[in-house]
Structure formats: structure tokens, C-alpha cells
Design a protein around this ligand. Sequence first.
Ligand SMILES: [Zn+2]
Length: 142
Amino acid sequence: MTLEVHQVAATRPYPPRVSAFTKPFWSALGEGRFTTTQCGECHRQTFPPKLVCPHCWSDKHAWVDMPIEGDLYSWTRIHAAPAVFQPLAPYAVGIVELGGRIRLACPLVVPDGVPVIVGGKVRMVVMAFDDGPLFAARVLSA
Ligand SMILES: [Zn+2]
């Protein structure tokens, strides 16, 4: 499933370090796909992508698409931000649970008039900055 893309006319305030291992993740995100690694032995998925499975220590893995819809597990609004994120404050970040099995932290995109509710539905989106992509979760109206 292709992610919705939000254009952002700015550079990323804290760009990720892209390594040879994480390059497939960032390349896929730039193409609108949210991916991670799945263990070649126990078949569990982990996020962020990992070279070695934290469940069975296997170093065999494959890149797979992640579920892009899930539930908001927790969230907060940050007013006192670290220096590099100060121009964005206040902003919302949350922990989302995708497919009922993987939880991850990310910024939240909150449309005007949509309440942020723990347990509410979210959908992953690509934030297409001038210098590359980041991911976020858009809060969906009930
Ligand atoms: Zn494993």
C-alpha cells in the first residue's frame, strides 16, 4: 500500500544517518512504502529494521512492507523542544501500534478539528522534505 505524501518546504531538522543497511528503508520510504526487516528464521518483524533478530539472533532477514494503519497507543504535545526542533514547537508526537504488533514513536500529523484520542486510528504518511523523507502518523477522524 502506498503512503500518502505530505510535502514540506524545508530541510529535515535532524536528518537520519543512512547506512548501507538502512538505505533500503529510506529508499522505500522515498517511494511511499513503509518497510522493515522480517527474520528469516522465526519470521518476526521488528522496527526499526535490524541486522540481527532480537528474538532468535538470526542474521537472516528480508525486507517486507509494514502495515500502515494502526492505533494511537500514547501521545504528547511538546512545547519545550530541543534546539533543532524549536521552530516546530508546539508539535505532537505519539507511539503508534501497527497491525496490533509493532509499536513505534513518530511525529503526529493532526488535521485541524480532529481530536487526538488514545486508541484512535492513525495512518502512516511520508513527510517529503526538500532533502529527503521522514515518516509520521496522521490522526484519522473518528
Ligand atoms: Zn528471529
